[in-house]
Design a protein around this ligand. Structure first.
Ligand SMILES: Cc1ncc(COP(=O)(O)O)c(C=O)c1O
Length: 378
């Protein structure tokens, strides 16, 4: 992605998103706004379905899946052939988790602030010991806790790029470095990171990095992309398999199975094509704007929102250093669900997590959106 400073016509990009024009849309961390481009892309898929039926697979749809993988590779700085598709983070984790032999290394390190689908993946495996690192402030987990928990019995550290209930940006390169010191792997759930926060999977020396359409990548539900380090693609053998992971998929040979040589070995079955189309349109829009621009704009809007809320004396749960803070602002409330319901009546879209209203501005928002939200809180 382009990181040089360039002027961006934010009003033009805002106009790409009818949702943000029709509502005060401050909930990207739950579900990103629908763009005209994603809607048009899904229509294109529907037209192909209507006109060509299954022949569109060969003519177009397999190519569309390849293009989506390539766009994600560009976004996260991954080499060609190192990204796979899955229907959800849960399934991506499942395929990866199925590739490990836990006898010598049964431990998985995760944290109390991660999205629970991460620990669930290994809690469902009786052969694994899941270590959940606590957080003292509900915002972050100190690096020393990772260090203290890591030993030669750890297979993976599986944690988030950005925590979903604090917006804290974890030092993922440091976490990977600590994991590698004891021969463990680093798996980063970037669902709240990629798109709004820059990532370079090679420079950060990550083993796995995943994200998907739902939130900051603006592609809606049903599709996840994940990077796997090429050396691990060569050595890991998933025990969850399907015809999309087979090198000779269209031979329909039930007696022999040979994995793809690239990251597609982690794919299982037919992808949700409508989601692939929507996701690629969202990702390409982000690539067009540029990661640095999106991140800087989002940081400005977050700082503006925090300042407005502080002025009102609101109780916030925030990292103290704004540079460690992505686009998720947690506002203390006695009855957050009631606040969210009330705001919805004013077409202001936010959501809640226990004890907090959760607000997330993105590049398509404006300071006026922040002001409308703060005014409606009165
Ligand atoms: C950090 C994080 N990971 C994962 C998910 C979702 O996982 P899945 O794709 O399995 O539904 C979410 C939110 O929906 C999330 O915030």
């Amino acid at each position: 992605m382009n990181s040089d400073h360039v002027e961006v016509d934010w009003a033009a990009y805002r106009a790409e998103f009818p949702s943000v024009e029709r509502t005060t849309f401050l909930n990207t961390c739950s579900l990103g706004a629908l763009s005209r481009r994603s809607r048009a892309a899904v229509n294109q898929f529907l037209d192909l379905w209507e006109l060509h039926g299954a022949s569109a697979w060969y003519r177009t749809w397999l190519g569309e899946c390849a293009a989506l993988r390539a766009s994600f590779e560009r976004l996260v700085g991954a080499p060609s052939g190192s990204v796979a598709l899955a229907p959800s983070v849960g399934v991506a984790l499942g395929v990866i988790a199925s590739s490990y032999d836990y006898r010598a290394r049964p431990k998985i390190i995760t944290t109390a602030l991660d999205f629970p689908t991460i620990p669930y993946q290994w809690l469902a495996r009786p052969e694994c010991e899941v270590v959940i690192l606590p957080s003292d402030d509900g915002i972050s987990v100190p690096l020393e806790r990772y260090q203290a928990a890591l030993d030669e019995r750890v297979a993976l550290v599986a944690t988030s790029h950005v925590f979903f209930t604090s917006g804290y940006i974890q030092p993922i390169a440091e976490i990977a470095r600590l994991a590698h010191q004891v021969g463990a792997h680093a798996l980063i759930d970037g669902y709240q990171g990629a798109g709004q926060v820059a990532v370079d999977v090679v420079a950060h020396d990550l083993d796995f990095y995943m994200s998907g359409g739902l939130k900051w990548l603006l592609g809606g539900p049903g599709i996840v992309e994940f990077y796997a380090r090429p050396a691990l693609i060569d050595t890991l053998q998933p025990t969850l398999a399907g015809w999309f992971g087979h090198r000779e998929q269209f031979q329909f040979d039930p007696e022999h199975f040979a994995f793809h040589e690239d990251a597609r070995k982690f794919e299982v079955g037919t992808p949700a094509l409508a989601a692939v189309y929507a996701a690629r349109a969202g990702l390409d829009l982000l690539l067009e704007i540029g990661q640095a621009q999106v991140q800087a704009r989002t940081a400005e809007l977050v700082a503006d929102l925090v300042a407005r809320l502080r002025e009102r004396g609101a109780e916030l749960k925030l990292p103290s250093n704004l540079r460690e803070h992505a686009g998720i602002v947690m506002l203390r409330a006695d009855d957050p669900a009631a606040v969210v319901r009330h705001l919805r009546e004013h077409t202001i879209l936010v959501d809640h997590r226990p004890g907090y209203v959760r607000v997330s501005p993105y590049f398509y928002n404006t300071v006026e959106d922040n002001a409308a939200f703060v005014a409606a809180l009165e």
